[in-house]
Design a binder for this molecule. Structure first.
Ligand code: ZN
Length: 502
């Protein structure tokens, strides 16, 4: 139920959310709405799920305009007003988080005497955007990407509710080698809690339970995933084209929902992954029909499935001896003619001891500008992202239009590539600011390089721990990076290095 509750708060455009909220919420707020004994069972169950949500939810700071500084839970273990012996001075009781932000930085002077030092440290480590406005958002606090997770909700709820377990396949489910989103969908399938036609039809007066794809049968879980003609022909392609042989093949299209799930979960690891990916694509096909009125051809769905199936199997089945993204450069190389090379690195020891190094070099390898900065951050990745954001701001400031950025933190690139999935990540403010900067009108590449090729940036980041000031600009090569810089210059081709060493 907490999953449905999460959707009500975060997916307001979903049809079933619109139907339920327009019927039951009217003008009240979902989190504060009082259960009415006359409401339907599903709605009363959904309201019960709020207890888990309230325990696991926290506000993520975007621009801070919609978060009450004291009364909302956005930092620490509870809303600040609930902390022991805490009293809010009347004249600032109405403050929002935005009131302690000035020009993209935390400004705690007005409240520092009211809160414990440890809390101030945590606040200072929450990343803020300096250029890009992001709205405040709700996130799930047990995991850093901020998206709702059944597993953590289950942990939180263990003393509140007992989830239904109709199919005894949970262990096989969590062991499937596939991304979490596929397993989440299967989890919902197993529990028969997806908002399919028959479920909504029972709960919502006048709602047609008919399948939107074939308009021939009521849409229950079994019809949706197996028996609808488009699902049937999809599975036939999958079984044939992946050369899958079942011991009892005829069973695949037989049996009740429970038997069908049980049958599939008893098959090989490979088939269970295939099954999870297949169900996902059927669900997408079905949603296209329901929400966009578009009927995708089963062969089109199969082609999409097949790409996803191959990727999932390569990523999750092969052992990690062969990484997907090969590290390319072990040696630093200058930028293409006419471009600038930007190297960044983060260095992290603890919350108060994080730093970033960034430098810009010309296409002949010579020093353009370097910087060391102290950062506050709870994750090493935050320091890397801040260094990336800051170097892009610098490049913009110097009006460089052709730049090549290099980092040895592959996770940054993966995170930027998957920004959509990370929309509730603790670092989303930095991620979206970087993405905005990348979209500026300039020629830019970002590459992952080996650590050895990033030594100068590494030295500058390390230097941040030793300096007194928060930021130091290195107009020329600083002593701390001299050796690494000279080493890099040796990799510059002769013709341009002649100019560099003069
Ligand atoms: Zn159908």
């Amino acid at each position: 139920m907490a999953k449905l509750d999460w959707s009500i708060l975060n997916d307001s455009q979903k049809l079933w959310v619109r139907i339920l909220t327009s019927r039951y919420l009217k003008r009240s707020n979902f989190l504060d709405c009082i259960p009415n004994p006359k409401s339907s069972t599903i709605w009363r169950d959904i309201l019960k799920g709020r207890e888990i949500l309230k325990k696991g939810m926290i506000m993520g700071v975007g621009d801070g305009c919609h978060i009450s500084l004291w009364y909302h839970h956005w930092v620490g273990e509870c809303p600040i007003y609930l902390m022991p012996n805490f009293e809010i001075p009347n004249f600032i009781a109405h403050w929002r988080v935005v009131d302690i932000i000035r020009q993209g930085n935390w400004y705690l002077d007005d409240i520092i005497h009211l809160i414990p030092d440890s809390l101030a440290d945590v606040i200072l480590s929450i990343p803020l955007s300096t250029t890009h406005v992001l709205e405040d958002f709700l996130k799930w606090r047990s995991i850093t990407n901020g998206n709702f997770s059944i597993k953590t909700a289950y942990g939180i709820s263990s003393n509140i509710t007992t989830p239904r377990s109709r199919v005894n396949c949970w262990k096989s489910l969590w062991k499937i080698n596939a991304p979490l989103k596929y397993k989440m969908l299967l989890w919902n399938c197993f529990s028969e809690i997806l908002p399919v036609g028959t479920v909504l039809g029972q709960k919502i007066e006048g709602f047609s339970p008919l399948c939107a794809r074939c308009l021939d049968n009521n849409e229950d879980h079994l019809h949706l995933f197996r028996d609808c003609p488009s699902s049937f022909s999809f599975w036939c392609s999958v079984i044939t084209k992946t050369n899958t042989v079942f011991n009892e093949r005829h069973i695949f299209f037989l049996g009740s929902w429970q038997e069908w799930i049980g049958f599939n979960m008893k098959q090989s690891d490979l088939w269970r992954t295939t099954f999870a990916v297949g169900c996902w694509h059927i669900w997408i096909m079905r949603n296209k029909a329901v929400f966009d009125g578009k009927m995708l051809h089963p062969s089109f769905v199969f082609n999409r499935f097949y790409v996803d199936y191959c990727l999932t199997n390569v990523t999750f089945q092969t052992n990690l001896a062969k990484p997907l993204i090969q590290s390319q450069l072990a040696l630093w190389r200058p930028a293409q003619p006419g471009a600038y090379k930007l190297n960044i690195d983060g260095s992290w020891k603890d919350v108060a001891k994080a730093g970033g190094g960034r430098l810009i070099r010309r296409d002949n390898g010579t020093w353009f500008m370097g910087f060391s900065s102290k950062y506050r951050s709870f994750f090493p990745l935050a320091a890397e992202l801040q260094a990336l954001r800051d170097v892009l701001l610098l490049a913009k400031c110097f009006q460089l239009t052709n730049i090549e950025v290099e980092t040895d933190a592959k996770s940054i690139l993966i995170m930027l590539d998957n920004a959509e999935k990370n929309s509730k990540h603790d670092l989303i403010v930095l991620i979206s600011e970087v993405l905005q900067l990348l979209k500026l009108n300039w020629s830019i590449t970002i590459a992952h390089i080996k650590r050895d090729a990033n030594q100068v940036a590494h030295c500058l980041a390390h230097y941040a721990h030793l300096m007194d000031a928060d930021h130091v600009t290195h107009q020329g090569v600083p002593d701390c990076a001299r050796k690494a810089y000279d080493n890099d210059l040796m990799n510059v081709p002769q013709s341009s290095s002649a100019a560099a060493t003069q």
